[in-house]
Design a protein around this ligand. Structure first.
Ligand code: PEP
Length: 249
């Protein structure tokens, strides 16, 4: 079993033409030949720009932050999986807690979006994670299993082609990180759930996300079931993101 780690930067709703150019140039200048897979996920409006900036790079892949659950048609503001495909998008974040919270995305929406992404040949990075209240009430395992089970239910054996990201909501953008032991325990639960669903579970990547940074990445990434990171704030600073990439081997 060997899983190549994945470090994906979620830029969220940050950036500008000028800032993106500077960030990607700094990343390309410093990345060399990483020992892991690397992706950046800019806002949808900048996919074309970042695709052009990354052209020719083997080291950094393009990702998106969302995909429509619909195939095409009268869905104002949505971006379809085939549109992402047109821009060379390789990964798409699906079910981020900010979308579950602010855009009322349900487990079923997330499962359908996964299907759309997979049918366009794009790897979904499926986010699961509990809120602070759920955490404090001891519901972590129940919540993440419920979120992942909707994706498994709709996608069957294709679930072997997804990436999972465990992102405790209380750790996102807060500076609080799950301890490596806490994160590993949840990753092991998710791995066991995947094992019951697909023979490919041992080859699947489960990322940790939630205030991962240059200082704590190595310890988190050393856990047996942590196969990379989904990085928010630290992905906006090239030096920090590159340090996390260097820690992933
Ligand atoms: C995220 O938004 O996916 C995330 C993990 O953010 P941060 O690293 O800023 O906590």
């Amino acid at each position: 079993m060997s899983r190549r780690k994945l470090i994906a930067g979620n830029w969220k709703m940050n950036g500008s033409l000028a800032a993106n150019q500077a960030l990607v140039q700094d990343l390309l200048a410093g990345i060399g030949q990483p020992a892991c897979d690397v992706a950046v996920c800019p806002p949808g409006a900048y996919l074309g720009q970042v695709q052009a900036l990354l052209a020719g790079s083997q080291a950094i892949a393009l990702g998106a932050q969302n995909v429509s659950q619909h195939e095409n048609g009268a869905f104002t503001g949505d971006i379809s999986a085939t549109m992402l495909q047109d821009f060379g998008v390789r990964y798409v974040i699906v079910g981020h807690s900010e979308r579950r919270q602010h855009q009322a995305e349900t487990d079923v929406h997330v499962a359908i979006k996964v299907k759309r992404a997979l049918s366009a040949g794009i790897t979904p990075i499926v986010c699961v994670g509990e809120t602070l209240r759920e955490h404090d009430e001891g519901m972590t395992e129940f919540i993440v299993r419920r979120q992942l089970s909707a994706v498994i239910h709709l996608n069957g054996d294709d679930v072997g082609r997804i990436v999972v990201a465990y992102e405790p909501v209380w750790a996102i953008g807060t500076g609080k990180t799950a301890t490596p032991a806490q994160a590993q325990a949840v990753h092991a639960v998710l791995r066991a759930q995947l094992k019951a669903a697909t023979s490919q579970a041992d080859d699947m990547r489960i990322l940790y996300g939630g205030s991962m940074n240059a200082g704590n990445a190595a310890e988190l990434l050393a856990q047996p079931d942590i196969d990379g990171g989904l990085i928010g704030g630290a992905a906006l600073k090239a030096a920090d993101f590159l340090k996390i990439v260097a820690a992933a081997r």
